[in-house]
Structures are given as structure tokens and as C-alpha cells.
Design a protein around this ligand. Structure first.
Ligand SMILES: Cc1cc2nc3c(=O)[nH]c(=O)nc-3n(C[C@H](O)[C@H](O)[C@H](O)COP(=O)(O)O)c2cc1C
Length: 142
């Protein structure tokens, strides 16, 4: 069984000055995640990150701990965790999509106090959006 999780966080980067940092994160992640057998997707909306991670549980949680200590974002909120057999992003050590202002609205569901059912639905919707965005071909997706 593999472990997958989705978190959202608030970016502390100040754009456009710090924009290069996102490229650094993606570049570093692709190398590291490939070694750790972790796949997933990262989305950036200029104010928030959302990241889906999947792989062996101990690797995923060790990575989450490292990521949680990264000062380039704050308020890390794990909104979905589950066991899974199949990877959603088997071909991506870290697919990247962003910045997407039109998905920014989806983050508000996690910012407001809401019931668990509502959070679960919003998390599922966000994962589906990430899957569509990063698997689709287009100038913003690489
Ligand atoms: C939003 C966000 C997502 C990140 N995702 C990953 C990731 O998937 N894999 C990874 O190795 N590092 C990721 N990082 C970078 C780590 O936080 C950390 O900087 C990197 O692992 C290097 O850590 P080290 O210098 O302690 O080795 C991410 C950072 C941020 C801010």
C-alpha cells in the first residue's frame, strides 16, 4: 500500500522578485522525489501552494516534515490523507502547474471553518483539478 496526501499552504514568497524560488523547488523536488519513489503534483496560485504527494508512507511523511520546515510557505494544512494502491501521477516525480489565478478560489474552502464533509469534497475537487491541469498539455504545464 502507498500513502497519498494533499496539503495546502500559504506562500511567503514575494512576487515577482522571488518567483525563481518556485522553479528551484520544482527542480529540486524532481530529483529528490524520483530517488524516494515519490510522485505527485504541485500547484501554485501566487498566494498559495497545493501539493499532492504519493509514495511509500515513511518517505512521504519524512518529506512532509522537511517541507513543513520550509520558510517559503506557512500554514501547512493537510486536507486529505489516504492509503492507495494506484498512483494518480505515476509519470511525474513532481508535476508543476501554475500560477493559476482561476483555481485560487478553490483554496477558500480550506481557509474557512467548515465541516469535514465539505473539506473532503473540496480536497477531492482540488485533486481532480490538479490531475486535469498537470496531465493536460499546454504552455503552463511542464
Ligand atoms: C511548497 C513546497 C513544496 C516542496 N516540495 C518538495 C518536494 O516534493 N520534494 C522535495 O524534495 N522538496 C520539496 N520542497 C523543498 C523542501 O522543503 C526542501 O527545501 C528541500 O527538500 C531541501 O531540503 P534540505 O536542504 O534540507 O535537503 C518543497 C518546498 C516547498 C516550499
Amino acid at each position: 500500500m502507498l500513502r497519498s496526501l494533499l496539503y495546502v499552504s500559504t506562500s511567503t514568497l514575494s512576487l515577482p522578485h522571488d518567483g525563481w524560488q518556485v522553479d528551484e523547488i520544482v527542480k529540486f523536488s524532481r530529483r529528490f522525489n524520483a530517488m524516494a519513489n515519490i510522485t505527485g503534483a504541485l500547484m501554485f496560485t501566487e498566494t498559495n501552494f497545493a501539493q499532492f504527494l504519493e509514495g511509500p508512507g515513511e518517505h512521504v511523511y519524512a518529506l512532509l516534515e522537511k517541507i513543513s520546515g520550509d520558510t517559503r510557505h506557512a500554514n501547512i494544512d493537510v486536507i486529505m490523507e489516504r492509503e492507495t494502491e494506484l498512483r494518480l501521477f505515476p509519470d511525474w516525480s513532481m508535476a508543476y502547474s501554475g500560477p493559476h489565478l482561476f483555481v485560487a478560489g478553490q483554496f477558500s474552502a480550506f481557509a474557512m471553518p467548515s465541516g469535514q464533509g465539505e473539506r473532503d469534497r473540496a480536497a477531492q475537487h482540488l485533486i481532480e483539478t490538479m490531475a486535469v491541469l498537470v496531465r493536460g498539455a499546454g504552455p503552463n504545464y511542464h
